[in-house]
Design a protein around this ligand. Structure first.
Ligand code: ADP
Length: 600
């Protein structure tokens, strides 16, 4: 695994942190730029729309003013050319027809129509009395009168005040032939225009050649000069198409406005409209806010994705680390197991070797035991046979000698002794034959009681001769076991004979025989109060040809034959010393089944 020095990691981390900070600052700047550009674009689009709308509105409202003035521009020459009007002044009969001007005014919709003589004096008017303040200083129209007296169409503006609307007067000369008789004046109130303009929500105002507000849908502005207009409306040159100006609030008191201008060249007037662009600004603000929100959400999304990716990478790294740890543990465990395996293999090898050597030792021991038994057997047999053989030889020699001396009668007793000794040797051979007899061929249910009785019968002369007490403890009910009757009798005789031998030197010799049934076993015990068995000889007493008796007194086959017989009947034979002295031999044999007995 690659190892990185922690000291090396620090500058890397610092550089990474710097890079992160740079990326963050860049993102913030980009966000601000996006927000600003969005606001600008939104403002431009909205302002363009507002301008189009305002331009259309301005064109309509300007047309309203132009149409009105055009209509009345023609009215005064038309009326002045009528023969009757000039005739009236010429014939000095104006008093007689005072209503004619009123009729003309009423029909045309003009505010007032009046006639003036050549000196400028008002002769007749459609309105009897006109309040002096209504038209801004009576019917004095010097400029228009002068123009009319020169034969032109006279025009005169009677400026309004915040309370009264402006009026416009057209004046036409009245002639008879070449004689200038007077002037016909038609006064038009611009109130109609203002009423039309009042429908527009944006302020509209018309400025005359002297920069005075003459018509406006905001009455307060009437009569003011351009300079007298609200000084807080600064004109900012943010023209989009060259004809538009923005009026920005100076002290934040008013909303920003867009100003559009249209010229009336004939009148040398200028019509302006001011459009509130606060909505556009607000919309631009909202657009900026939305852009900001979008940027923030996008940044949040990106941040979330980055965080998730980081977490994923971290998780991946953790998983890799734990997999590595696990792999290492598996490796170390495998190595441990391999070591343990090797150790076990070595142990198995050692054990096998030990077993082999044990088996060899055992075989050697068995061989040694066999040789020892053979030795014991040869010694016993040679003694048992040599002694009678020597006696037979000497008896035979004596008998031969006696017969040679014709003392055949005396030789007879020697021959009888020889016969007895041959009989004894035959018995020894019979015992040996019994020891080598094959087992298990004739096993059948046997009454233990019967076997005991017959054994006692055979031993009766020996018991009577020795005169000791034989205690019998037998159950009333007979016990049946599996075995052979003769062989069982032989076992009982062997055990009782040994007991008789053991108690011979006792003052009060006593031998006991008991039989009980324990569960599914018959337990027969032969106990005596004799010498008992030495602890050293106890393990060997069932060995063949083992005896502690004098030469000729015992062959050492009794217990070994009994042991073999009992084992052939699936029983056990055990020798112990009694607590009060003497030995006890316990034989256990399995009880024969009732079904087996029934079958028998
Ligand atoms: P043998 O009687 O010919 O010696 P056994 O096989 O019958 O051969 O007995 C082996 C030996 O066991 C005896 O020599 C004797 O030392 C010992 N032994 C057997 N029965 C008794 C007993 N009841 N009390 C003491 N020792 C006994």
């Amino acid at each position: 695994m690659q190892y990185t020095d922690p000291m090396m990691r620090r500058p890397k981390r610092r550089a990474w942190r710097k890079l992160k900070f740079g990326i963050g600052a860049g993102l913030v700047l980009a966000t601000l730029l996006i927000v600003w550009l969005t606001g600008l674009a939104s403002l431009r689009i909205t302002l363009a729309e507002t301008e189009t709308r305002a331009e259309a509105n301005l064109a309509v409202q300007t047309a309203v003013l132009e149409r009105l003035l055009d209509k009345f521009r023609l009215l005064s020459p038309l009326l002045a050319r009528g023969p009757d009007i000039a005739g009236l002044i010429h014939n000095q009969r104006v008093d007689a027809e005072p209503g004619i001007a009123a009729i003309a005014a009423g029909m045309s919709g003009a505010e007032e129509i009046w006639l003036m003589d050549a000196s400028g004096k008002v002769i007749v008017s459609s309105q009897e009395s006109v309040p002096a303040n209504a038209i801004g200083g009576a019917r004095t129209i010097p400029h228009a009168f002068a123009q009319a007296s020169q034969g032109q169409l006279g025009r005169e503006l009677i400026p309004g005040t915040p309370e009264t609307p402006s009026n416009y007067v057209f004046a036409s000369p009245l002639r008879r032939g070449d004689t200038f008789l007077g002037v016909l004046a038609v006064r038009v109130s611009l109130d109609d225009v203002e009423q039309a303009w009042a429908l527009s929500k944006d302020p509209i105002l018309a400025l005359d050649g002297r920069n005075r507000v003459v018509v406006s849908n905001v009455p307060e502005l009437r009569g003011r000069t351009r300079d007298e207009l609200d000084p807080s409306w600064n004109v900012a040159d943010l023209s989009l198409a060259g004809r538009m100006q923005l009026l920005l609030p100076a002290a934040g008191a008013r909303n920003s406005h867009m100003q559009l201008t249209s010229n009336l060249p004939v009148l040398e007037w200028e019509v302006r409209t001011l459009v509130d662009i606060e909505d556009a600004r607000r919309q631009s603000g909202w657009a900026m806010l939305v852009a900001l929100l979008v940027c923030v959400i996008a940044a949040g999304g990106i941040w979330f994705l980055i965080a998730r990716r980081k977490e994923f990478v971290r998780e991946e790294r953790r998983n890799r680390a734990s997999a590595l740890r696990l792999e290492r543990r598996v490796q170390s465990r495998t190595a441990e197991l391999r070591r343990a395996n090797t150790h076990l293999e070595r142990e198995v090898r050692e054990r096998k070797q030990a077993e082999a050597s044990l088996r060899q030792t055992q075989a050697e021991l068995v061989q040694a035991a066999k040789l020892a038994t053979l030795g014991r057997m040869s010694a016993a047999l040679s003694h048992e046979y040599n002694q009678p053989l020597a006696a037979i030889r000497s008896d035979a020699e004596i008998a031969e000698m006696l017969i040679d001396r014709n003392r055949a009668d005396e030789a007879k007793s020697n021959l009888t002794r020889i016969g007895g000794m041959v009989t004894r040797m035959g018995e020894i051979a019979k015992t040996l034959k019994g020891f080598s007899r094959r087992s298990g061929t004739d096993i059948k249910p046997v009454s233990l009681r019967q076997a005991i009785d017959e054994a006692l019968l055979l031993l009766q002369p020996q018991i009577k001769q020795s005169g000791f007490v034989l205690n019998l403890d037998l159950p009333e009910e007979d016990i049946i076991v599996k075995g052979g009757r003769i062989r069982l009798e032989q076992v009982i005789i062997n055990l009782l004979s040994n007991a008789f031998d053991a108690v011979q030197s006792c003052a009060t010799p006593m031998v006991g025989l008991s039989l009980v049934r324990e569960d599914r076993e018959a337990v027969l015990q032969v106990a005596d109060n004799g010498t008992g068995i030495d602890q050293e000889t106890l393990p060997q007493i069932f060995d063949p040809f083992f005896t502690t008796k004098d030469v000729g007194a015992g062959l050492g086959l009794g217990l070994s034959i009994a042991y073999k017989i009992v084992h052939d009947f699936s029983g056990t034979l055990k020798a112990e010393n009694r607590e009060g002295g003497g030995a006890v031999f316990t034989m256990r044999l399995p009880i024969a089944d009732k079904q087996v007995l029934a079958a028998e």
